[in-house]
Design a protein around this ligand. Structure first.
Ligand SMILES: NC(=O)c1ccc[n+]([C@@H]2O[C@H](COP(=O)([O-])OP(=O)(O)OC[C@H]3O[C@@H](n4cnc5c(N)ncnc54)[C@H](O)[C@@H]3O)[C@@H](O)[C@H]2O)c1
Ligand SMILES: CCCCCCO
Ligand SMILES: [Zn+2]
Ligand SMILES: [Zn+2]
Length: 340
């Protein structure tokens, strides 16, 4: 089976022929139909973060496909089931995080396409308990971006406890941000979308954003304050300065939800203003299996649109370059057989 492999950080990925992986106990083998290109995969391929993967590895944590082979002990899935394989590839199920609904914080977790091979391949393994069933009516191509971009932004809005009539700032209208705008609108909020390209700001308007802010020309904090300040700001821009900019536009009691992970990023949080204004800074990482089930349910009900374009896996390096140049309208999804 073909796979796109990171052989060394910062080097182009290499398309290689690998033997079909054999599922171990509790695992399944999936014939991948579609696999989204999350900016995280670029961070992974570049070794951007303090905790690094170990090359060679196959990135990809928005893989969706059909169960092809069951490992020993797997009884709740059948051959032919369509499943998605998210970042949270496995959690222990026993620790305080897993037992209190926060499996995404499990310290034993294994991350797909980072700690184990992921979905940039024709076949992949998944732990059956974390292979998320894709409902009827949701295509593999559309389920792919929902598997990370969707669940992550849906969770970020839950973490922000967004209420109707609040003002939510979405900083970065890319793969994640285009869905964050939609979830914020579903939550009843007024949405201010921030980006640095005309195309992304236009996309945000098409998806329901009430206000758009061009961070190249406008003072993000001042514009937000002109609307009374944001109750919540979801930081999805791969740009360190964007975090401080949107934090400065919070309303008293507002929350900055940090999601994006620019390499070596830090944020200066002014102590006095933070205390005086009662604002908070929260980190948010992906979402649980339950969150993902809710994301799929919303999409199956026609409540969300996935904006994506399909590409062959062979275009992986050019696709990464286009994402880095900000030239992709929302999400690239590698088509590994979705149409067949
Ligand atoms: N915390 C998590 O669980 C989690 C999950 C998924 C992705 N991520 C991270 O989120 C980030 C975004 O991922 P993505 O796939 O949406 O990336 P993307 O490249 O598709 O989108 C990033 C967007 O940020 C915009 N942008 C760049 N500079 C900006 C600025 N100064 N102000 C406003 N917008 C700006 C770009 O134009 C683009 O639209 C990445 O760092 C990724 O690793 C985190
Ligand atoms: C800390 C890494 C979080 C990445 C989530 C999947 O994009
Ligand atoms: Zn991701
Ligand atoms: Zn655990």
């Amino acid at each position: 089976m073909k796979a796109a492999v990171v052989r060394a950080f910062g080097e182009p990925l290499v398309i290689e022929e690998h033997p079909d992986p054999e599922p171990g106990p509790g695992q399944v083998r999936i014939r991948v139909e579609a696999s989204g290109l999350c900016h995280t995969d670029i961070h992974a391929a570049h070794g951007d973060w303090p905790v690094k993967p170990n090359p060679p590895f196959v990135p990809g944590h928005e893989g969706v496909g059909l169960v092809e082979k069951l490992g020993a002990g797997v009884t709740h899935l059948s051959v032919g089931d369509r499943v998605a394989v998210p970042w949270l590839g496995r959690a222990c199920g026993r620790c305080e995080h897993c037992l209190s609904g926060w499996e995404t914080l499990c310290e034993q977790q294994i991350n797909t396409g980072y700690g184990c091979d992921g979905g940039y391949a024709e076949k992949m393994l998944a732990w059956a308990d974390f292979a998320q069933p894709v409902p009827e009516g949701v295509s593999a191509v559309e389920a792919a971006p929902l598997t990370c971009a969707g669940v992550t932004t849906y969770k970020a809005l839950k973490v922000a406890d967004v209420r109707p009539a609040q003002l939510v700032a979405v900083s970065g209208v890319g793969g994640l941000g285009h869905l964050a705008v939609q979830y914020a609108k579903i939550a009843g909020a007024t949405v201010a979308a921030i980006d640095v390209t005309d195309e992304k700001l236009e996309l945000a308007r098409e998806l329901g954003a009430d206000i758009t802010i061009d961070a190249r020309k406008e003072d993000v904090g001042e514009v937000l304050k002109g609307h009374g300040g944001a109750h919540a700001a979801i930081a999805l821009a791969v740009n360190e300065a964007a975090f401080g900019a949107v934090n400065s536009g919070l309303r008293r009691g507002g929350k900055l939800v940090m999601v994006a992970l620019p390499a070596h990023g830090t944020i200066q949080v002014p102590i006095f203003d933070t205390v005086l204004n009662g604002t908070s800074v929260i980190g948010s990482i992906v979402g649980t299996r339950q969150d993902l089930a809710e994301v799929f349910r919303l999409h199956a009900a026609g409540r969300t649109k996935v904006i994506c374009e399909t590409r062959p896996l062979a275009s992986v390096n050019e696709s990464i370059d286009e994402v880095l140049r900000g030239q992709v309208k929302a999400r690239i999804v590698f088509d590994l057989g979705a149409g067949r």
